[in-house]
Design a protein around this ligand. Structure first.
Ligand code: ADP
Ligand code: MG
Length: 323
């Protein structure tokens, strides 16, 4: 049987590239680049709540890293270091651990992030990841900077991950290609790190879409003290959404979570520069509306009619908020 320290040595001690001291001591030592602000974010993933306990362990490792890197993207930060706190059911399963830790490590490496430490204990499967990054002072993208008249943008497409979840729950039968695409979106989101960095100095506010487009946009609106108009017909839908009825399509695109796209606002005069920034980051972006004065919060169709939609997304402590 593998001991706690054996597990750490075999699966969690990976080479680091820009860390003074990584796994193995009482704490890690990192040198923050001169003149940069440290950015820190933590996410907790609990089996049965955030993921199916039998999900492929490599994919779970990928997602555990990706959702945290996505928070760095939403801040315009450059991710540098990560730690993993993990509770594991007994006895530890070497095959599971190997694949999980490979998925986690591979994803961090892709984004230039060192795995510098963590904590390991027995218990119900729970994963706590902290990512640390850097951003030039005053250039971080926050939720509170949106201004009336800003354009409202979203990267990539929305609704695919939520459709992937419902597909796995047996609620829809999709074509093999659509099913695979949506389940990949659910399990392996692409953190928009390059886009976040490219939006520094351009975007006024940004958030990553984890709980649903309108719900996460709602956080920008609340913290910025503004409202917004969203144009439903402009919202870039995951193509698989075309194969389900319009009501469900709307619910998944506007209130479904887990896409990890960036939703951001920027002055209308910068729209060309936003497109160039997105092109340089290799990500598509779509203008989906504009920022209005506080109190005005609507979704409209192409005919100008106001759609009756919920602005709340997933809330762990509020069952009424679940889509
Ligand atoms: P302590 O008892 O001082 O907390 P631990 O025995 O928990 O030390 O950890 C020993 C070393 O192993 C530390 O450097 C810690 O960061 C690292 N470590 C423990 N668990 C993990 C993990 N899940 N991922 C990466 N490093 C880990
Ligand atoms: Mg410890």
């Amino acid at each position: 049987m593998t001991s706690e320290f054996g597990l750490i040595a075999r699966f969690f001690s990976r080479p680091v590239s820009s860390t003074r001291l990584g796994v193995g001591d009482d704490a890690a030592l990192m040198d923050v680049s001169p003149g940069q602000t440290l950015v820190v974010s933590t996410d907790l993933l609990v089996a049965g709540r955030h993921f199916f306990p039998d999900v492929d362990p490599w994919r779970l490792g990928v997602k555990s890293a990706a959702v945290n890197l996505s928070d760095m993207a939403a801040m315009g930060a450059n991710p540098r270091w990560a730690t993993l706190g993990i509770a594991l059911p007994e006895p530890p399963d070497d095959d599971w651990l190997g694949r999980f830790s490979d998925g986690f490590h591979d994803t961090l490496r892709r984004y230039g992030t060192d795995w510098v430490g963590g904590d390991t204990t027995a218990g119900p499967l729970t994963i706590a990841v902290t990512v640390m990054g850097e951003v030039p002072p005053l250039q971080a993208l926050t939720r509170s900077g949106a201004r009336v008249g800003d354009d409202l943008w979203v990267s990539g497409t929305v609704g695919g991950a939520a459709l992937g979840l419902q597909c796995r729950q047996g609620r829809w039968t999709l074509s093999e290609e659509d099913r695979r695409h949506c389940e990949d979106r659910l399990d392996m989101p692409e953190p928009r790190v390059s886009l976040g960095r490219a939006l520094r100095g351009l975007a006024h506010a940004a958030i990553d879409v984890s709980d649903g487009l309108l719900a996460d946009l709602g956080h920008i609106l609340a913290l910025s003290g503004v409202g917004a108009e969203v144009l439903w017909d402009a919202v870039p839908l995951a193509s698989a959404l075309r194969s389900i009825p319009v009501d469900a399509r709307q619910a998944l695109a506007l209130a479904g979570g887990d896409d990890y796209e960036l939703c951001f606002t920027a002055p209308a005069v910068l729209s060309q520069r936003i497109r160039e920034a997105a092109a340089s980051a290799g990500v598509s972006v779509t203008r989906i509306g504009r920022i209005l004065p506080a109190g005005q919060q609507v979704v409209r169709n192409a005919a100008g009619q106001v759609l009756d939609v919920k602005w709340r997304g997933f809330d762990h402590f509020d069952s009424a908020g679940r889509p």
